[in-house]
Design a protein around this ligand. Structure first.
Ligand code: MGD
Ligand code: MGD
Ligand code: MO
Length: 754
């Protein structure tokens, strides 16, 4: 395996990429469909090889039975992440199958992966965080994101930008990746990033260093807010209908009604009052209404850097200097990922970061975060196939109407509850494409109970995993090198995003393993849903995807390496579109959807649910703050069986400060117990003095053995387990997204004496 130096994503290849031959030819890959012959929970499932036809006939019969008896919503699907596997080759077909079948429940894990950067950002900008314009940016913030481990083409672009003089700020409890070369490395206490973002905004607002004109014209900051906490309506003020909002014209202090449904008139908005407020006669009484922007400024005023220092541990002088650097080094680009997403306060943290970013005026500007134009394609994921009635049944929608359930994504916690407690109704079936819930999600013990109780579970994966072990039918998936795929748009810059590529299989598929695409098409036929699957002809699906483009499937097939379909990136789309894709058509400083759903319309800082501040009662027994991060050698719960990768890291690590270690008589490499209020696992101490003394960092995903190195498999739960997520609870979650505290928990560490 070699990188293609001409591919627009870049010429870098990671250790996992180099290890591909080991993955493809791994001896423990499952190569044939199998059915279990012994009861669930039996240590030996009694796997028996069957033909594809037998396997799929059985799966279709069971799924159709559940649908007939309990409704199609009683079957959940679970799809692994496109960021850490190759499932994206076929994920549009998996989504389509789920929707054609009628399941509104996808256990997708987005709430601990990408939801905050991609969806929470939409509540501010009407678009996800989008792509840093590395080639033109003057300053990059990496916030809870380490691309050197997680996304090489971003990592190398960051280094390149740095080398040509771009400034760099890294917010991370560990000094890793780009932090080594950063202008400012802000070592935040895990889970307190929201306070840091408010404090940086404090500095900018206090010194008048913010895009005042942009916010006046293009944000809902000028909208007046009633002191009881709702956006003042034109009807309240007696100047228009209920749905219209109210702003103040600074020229004569008159009230103006604004219809949020109309295109933004930026010219008129130049005269609107952005800050402070005005007295308004509401139902005969004089009421002082502040603007949404004034309320945000007050929230930030309440978080001076000195206060933020006591919360976050970041010195106030560094907060001030970093904030000043942002203003003096525009355009600024930013990426924030799982470091800020796996907390019980994650959504408001994302809001706080997005509002700080809004102050800089860099969104969708060249050198800021932009949406590079991609060639047009047709979405074949079948959004139209699921009825409104079924959509309303997505589990968690009532609790979290603003969150992932509105797109059909449910949390593992809600999935377990529905199986075990029939709440809000009973889930009976599970169709899995790759996800390893018991190791990647919290509360493994409850997960085991739920998997044991399922009526029917089919699992498609390359390997037998702790989660797949509970399946009734196992379907062998092949690797990306044994199947075809097509991709349009590679994100990183204009050329990459305009790249379209058809990838031929490199080798014959091993055994009887098949692609996710093949499985979804074959299963759809068996389920009687072939009419939604081009009657089994996948080429027609590819042609439909490409139809809006000027390139045919045959041309793409012949091109091999891909073709560029040039498209011009518009920048500042809100000007041509006369607005943003938000509720108010403006950048939402004060979020009306949040307010009307009982959430704080402004990102007030809230401590993580499990922190030394929230739970002083636990501080004696569990004095350390626990976070986690990914390993450069593996993805999540995969790849530990591959020799060249396992050599890079043989044992699961727990990183801790040398002083914290010394206090516990722990030395580098010692076997230690990580204890939390939920349970205990065993890891190896790795000392690093960049951490705060009271912070330790683990890694998730450990279970697999590596025969070539004589390293045994370890249980997902119970004695000898190294499964990080088995010791994280899910009693607390983010109220909007449902995220769980993988990165802000409490723990103690002790040496295992031998
Ligand atoms: N090698 C490898 N690459 C991967 C993956 C993998 O498993 N392995 N997985 C892929 C997937 S699915 C994803 S979602 C991406 C994720 O990509 P990233 O989000 O970049 O992944 P991490 O390295 O886990 O986390 C980034 C940083 O967050 C820091 N962090 C921990 N707690 C906090 C906190 O409270 N605040 C802040 N500010 N930072 C914190 C960690 O120290 C870490 O350096 O990576 C993708 N790429
Ligand atoms: N403590 C802690 N927990 C975390 C995280 C963390 O940072 N800390 N990160 C979280 C994040 S960001 C994510 S995305 C989740 C990931 O959680 P999961 O989605 O469970 O990811 P994996 O554990 O990598 O399991 C993926 C499985 O898919 C299989 N697979 C690989 N390629 C394919 C394919 O093309 N098709 C099919 N059908 N299967 C395939 C692999 O063999 C593997 O068994 O974990 C989360 N859990
Ligand atoms: Mo992820």
């Amino acid at each position: 395996v070699e990188p293609d130096p001409e591919h627009p994503t870049g010429a870098a290849i990671c250790a996992k990429g180099r290890a591909v031959p080991e993955l493809v030819y791994a001896e423990d890959r499952v190569l044939y469909p199998m059915v279990r012959t012994r009861p669930k929970g039996d240590p030996d499932p009694g796997w028996q090889r069957v033909s594809w036809d037998e396997a799929l006939t059985r799966v279709a019969a069971e799924l159709n039975r559940l649908r007939a008896q309990h409704g199609s919503e009683s079957v959940a699907y679970a799809c692994t992440t496109g960021s850490g596997t190759s499932v994206s080759d076929g994920s549009m077909f998996i989504d389509r199958l789920m929707r054609a079948f009628g399941s509104p429940n996808n256990v997708y894990g987005t709430e601990i992966c990408n939801w905050h950067k991609d969806e929470a950002f939409k509540y501010t900008f009407g678009a996800g965080v989008s792509s840093p314009d590395f080639e033109r940016t003057a300053c990059i913030i990496m916030w809870g994101h380490n691309p050197n481990v997680s996304w090489l083409s971003q990592g190398s672009r960051t280094a390149k930008a740095r080398a040509r003089g771009a400034r760099l700020i890294v917010v991370d409890p560990r000094r890793v990746g780009p932090a080594a070369k950063a202008d400012h490395w802000l070592r935040v206490r895990p889970g307190t990033d929201g306070a840091l973002a408010l404090a940086m905004a404090h500095v900018l607002l206090e010194s008048g260093q913010f895009d005042e004109a942009g916010l006046r014209q293009w944000s809902n900051g000028p909208f007046l807010i009633h002191p009881d906490g709702h956006a003042l309506s034109a009807a309240d003020a007696g100047i228009g209908p209920q749905a219209h909002r109210v702003v103040v014209d600074m020229r004569d202090n008159s009230l103006v009604a604004v219809d949020p449904d109309l295109p933004v008139d930026a010219e008129a908005a130049r005269h609107w009052l952005l800050d402070t407020g005005q007295n308004v006669l509401v139902e005969g009484a004089n009421v002082h209404c502040k603007t949404g922007f004034a309320l945000y400024r007050e929230l930030c005023a309440d978080m001076p850097p000195e206060r933020a220092e006591t919360i976050t541990g970041v010195p106030s002088a560094d907060i001030r200097a970093a904030a000043d650097l942002l203003w003096t080094s525009r355009p600024v680009s930013l990426y924030a990922w799982t470091g800020v997403g796996q907390h019980t306060n994650a959504t408001q943290t994302a809001r706080a970061i997005s509002l700080l970013y809004a102050l800089l005026g860099s969104f969708d500007a060249p050198g800021g975060n932009v949406r590079f134009a991609a060639p047009p394609t047709k979405d074949v994921s079948g959004r139209d196939l699921l009825t409104q009635d079924l959509r309303r049944k997505t589990i968690g929608l009532a609790k979290r109407p603003l969150g992932p359930p509105k797109d059909g994504w449910i949390t593992s916690d809600d999935f377990y509850r529905a199986v075990l407690e029939q709440e809000p109704y009973s889930l009976k079936g599970l169709v899995v494409f790759g996800t390893n819930l018991l190791v990647s999600h919290v509360d493994t013990a409850r997960g085991v109970d739920a998997l044991r109780k399922l009526d029917f579970h089919v699992h498609a994966d390359l390997f037998m995993t702790p989660t797949a072990q509970y399946a009734d039918v196992f379907l062998p998936v092949n690797t990306a090198w044994e199947r075809r795929a097509m991709r349009v748009g590679f994100e990183m810059n204009e050329v990459a995003q305009s790249w379209a590529q058809y990838r031929h299989p490199v080798i014959e598929t091993r055994g009887e393993s098949r692609s996710d695409e093949w499985i979804t098409f074959a299963l759809a036929q068996k389920l009687g849903l072939g009419n939604h699957f081009w009657d089994g002809d996948a080429d027609r699906a590819y042609e439909e995807i490409l139809a809006p483009m000027d390139v045919s499937l045959d041309e793409l097939r012949a091109a091999g390496r891909g073709v560029e379909v040039p498209a011009e990136t518009p920048f500042h789309r809100h000007i041509a579109d006369a607005g943003f894709a938000t509720y108010s058509r403006r950048v939402e400083v004060w979020s009306e959807p949040f307010a009307s759903n009982g959430q704080n319309p402004l990102p007030a800082y809230k401590e993580p649910a499990m922190s030394p501040v929230t739970r002083p009662d636990l501080s004696e027994q569990f004095p350390l703050v626990l976070t986690s991060a990914k390993s450069h050698a593996f993805c999540h719960s995969q790849h530990r069986n591959l020799k060249s990768l396992r050599r890079l890291q043989r044992e699961p690590r727990l990183e801790m400060h040398p002083r914290a270690a010394a206090e516990r008589d722990i030395a580098e490499g010692d076997a230690v117990v990580l204890a939390t209020p939920v349970g205990e696992i065993e890891l190896r101490a790795k000392l690093r003095d960049d951490l705060a003394v009271n912070v330790v960092a683990g890694q998730h995903g450990w279970w697999q053995g590596c025969e070539a190195l004589d390293l045994p498999e370890r249980p997902a739960i119970g004695p000898g387990s190294a499964n990080f997520n088995a010791v994280i609870g899910n009693e607390d979650e983010d109220p909007i997204s449902g995220s769980t505290p993988h990165r802000s928990y409490l723990c103690e560490v002790r040496k295992i004496s031998v």
